[in-house]
Every structure is written in structure tokens, then in C-alpha cells.
Design a protein. Structure first.
Length: 168
């Protein structure tokens, strides 16, 4: 049990909380669902058509509980994402942030060699625009990432990024 006394003005409050993790060795995330996105793990050159879009290093961390993306674009942009499986909710989550302040919060799942994630991002007018990302696990070991966005609530979709990942 963790106990801490915190002063709020002239009053003292005792806060008590259970530790986040039980004592003992961490168990990691060995369940099969946690391995569904492992096809994306690696060091990649990413192309759009015949043009190099950037490099992406995808690592498996926290004893298999986190897939961490480290993007470096060919024009100098950078970004990172945290991807993890929520066993209780039976959903994958991705949180993306880049060096221009763009962020995405997405959820979804894996089926038929595809990781599909959906969510929203702030549009130019500040209103949320639907987003969807699909990662295709190709038979030749490459990965295709298709990012689509909608400015009309999901009626029509525009391709924001369509990249092919090839291992370095």
C-alpha cells in the first residue's frame, strides 16, 4: 500500500493507493492477441509509389505489451506511436503524435491479415474528422499502410497516405 500526505491549503490529506503492479516478476503479454501486430515489427524503408517517404523502426517493447513506432519522414517530419492490445476490451489501440502536433487516437482489431484501426483527428475547423488506418500483412513480408480521412463524417474518404514497407 502506498501512502502519501498531501497539503491542500492548510489541510493535510492522507492518500492511500494500491500499487499498480503486484509484487513479483512482471509477466509480460504472452497471449496470442498481443502477437497480432508483430508483422509490423522491424526496420523498414517506406515508399509511396516509387518515392521514398521515410524510414520506420517498429519495436516490440514492455515484454510484448507495446509496439512502439519511430517514424522519420524523408522531408524531416518525425512521429511516434504506441500500439497495444487491451485484453479486457478486446481491442487494439494506437496513439500517434508527430513533430507538427498532429495526433491520432485509434482503436480496432485484427482479422484476415489486416489490422484495421479507426478514430478521429481534429480537422482544419477544429471539428473531429473520421480516420481509418489499415495495415495489410502481405505474403512477401512487406506491409502496406493505408490511411484514409473523411471531411464529411465518413460519407466519402480521401487517401492521406498509402505506403509500402520493405525491410531493410
Amino acid at each position: 500500500m502506498i501512502r502519501r500526505i498531501v497539503r491542500i491549503g492548510t489541510a493535510a490529506v492522507l492518500l492511500t493507493a494500491a500499487p499498480l503492479m503486484a509484487q513479483g516478476a512482471p509477466t509480460g503479454c504472452p497471449a496470442g492477441e498481443h502477437r497480432q501486430f508483430d508483422f509490423w515489427v522491424g526496420t523498414w524503408e517506406v515508399t509511396v509509389g516509387s518515392n521514398v517517404a521515410g524510414d520506420n523502426i517498429i519495436t516490440n517493447e514492455e515484454q510484448g505489451c507495446l509496439i512502439h513506432e519511430h517514424w522519420t519522414g524523408s522531408r524531416g517530419g518525425t512521429g511516434q506511436s504506441f500500439n497495444f492490445y487491451d485484453a479486457a476490451g478486446k481491442l487494439w489501440h494506437q496513439v500517434w503524435v508527430d513533430n507538427s502536433g498532429t495526433y491520432l487516437r485509434l482503436t480496432g482489431g485484427y482479422a484476415n491479415n489486416e489490422m484495421r484501426l479507426t478514430g478521429t483527428a481534429p480537422g482544419p475547423d477544429g471539428k473531429p474528422n473520421p480516420q481509418r488506418l489499415t495495415f495489410f500483412k502481405n505474403a512477401d513480408g512487406t506491409v502496406r499502410q493505408l490511411w484514409e480521412t473523411s471531411a464529411d463524417g465518413g460519407t466519402t474518404w480521401t487517401v492521406a497516405f498509402d505506403g509500402l514497407y520493405r525491410k531493410k
